[in-house]
Design a protein around this ligand. Structure first.
Ligand SMILES: Cc1cc2nc3c(=O)[nH]c(=O)nc-3n(C[C@H](O)[C@H](O)[C@H](O)COP(=O)(O)O)c2cc1C
Length: 261
């Protein structure tokens, strides 16, 4: 019982360890206070804000400035019409963020010799664009969540998205960024891995994994609090099934073009 309380308390006390001076800095505070939001009011977002968020994505950094991403956008009505249901969590706007090697494949025909590197960079770059858009949304007083599986929205539903969005080969739907005005939100912070298991001095710490047991317990407690009606086992089973289906699709993108010697 004492352990349960201790683990639960981490959701509320496991805050970033930085000086109050730095916490007052507008940008640092924005980064630290950002949380994934899973309850929106459904209220529309103004066109200027959407434009700024998309521009924040377009102006993200990328390897060799190749900008290996595409953003497929939906207002809530467009989403409903297209997918037949509302944006998850009553979001107002959704952006499917894709890692996209398709657009540039003819500019660099030799790229097909190195699909693992190209796709790894493309995925990384798409992640950077997602984060830039997330932070832009926060700065404009909006909230967001990136989705990889909730409501058939991301990499774990690649097969469905590929068919529905007519994605060509070499385009991976990494995540859907759902944006909106926040509804009622849970105040806690999902527990972070202890600093000494993340920040490693002068070489890799092979013991980092074995020091993560306590953190994992905190995650499980957090899960039970935030998902009172579902069991972790059923969730993991659901996840595994989706993951093995998605794995087949992702392999098709990573594997296809290498000439076998
Ligand atoms: C690529 C990506 C995909 C995610 N997919 C989902 C998802 O499908 N459903 C969900 O509820 N949260 C999803 N999340 C949110 C994470 O669960 C969340 O970032 C994590 O628990 C940390 O919480 P925080 O963002 O509030 O700090 C995703 C996050 C990322 C970066």
């Amino acid at each position: 019982m004492l352990k349960l309380i201790k683990n639960l308390s981490q959701l509320f006390i496991g805050k970033p360890k930085i000086t109050s001076d730095h916490m007052e800095n507008e940008t640092i505070s924005l980064i630290m206070k950002r949380r994934s939001c899973r309850s929106f009011t459904g209220e529309e977002i103004d066109a200027e804000s959407i434009n700024t968020i998309l521009e924040a994505g377009r102006f993200s950094p990328s390897t060799v400035n190749l900008q290996t991403w595409s953003f497929i956008t939906y207002s809530k009505n467009e989403w409903k019409e297209f997918f037949g249901h509302s944006i998850p969590f009553k979001g107002a706007y959704a952006i499917v963020i894709c890692a996209d090697m398709f657009k540039i494949k003819d500019l660099f025909p030799d790229f097909k010799e190195t699909p693992y590197i190209n796709n790894s960079f493309a995925i990384f770059n798409a992640g950077l664009a997602s984060m830039n858009m997330t932070l832009a949304a926060e700065a404009l007083g909006l909230r967001s969540v990136m989705l990889s599986e909730t409501g058939r929205t991301g990499l774990l539903d690649m097969k469905t998205l590929k068919e529905k969005l007519k994605l060509p080969k070499h385009v991976l739907p990494i995540t859907t960024l759902v944006i909106g005005k926040p509804g009622i939100t849970f105040p806690g912070i999902p527990p972070r891995q202890p600093r000494n298991t993340v920040v490693m001095k002068k070489g890799y710490d092979l013991n980092a994994g074995s020091n993560l047991k306590e953190w994992f317990k905190q995650m499980l407690v957090g899960y039970k609090v935030t998902h009172p009606l579902s069991t972790l086992d059923s969730q993991i089973e659901f996840y595994r099934k989706k993951m093995s289906e998605a794995e087949k699709e992702v392999r098709k993108v990573f594997d296809p073009d290498i000439k076998k010697n």
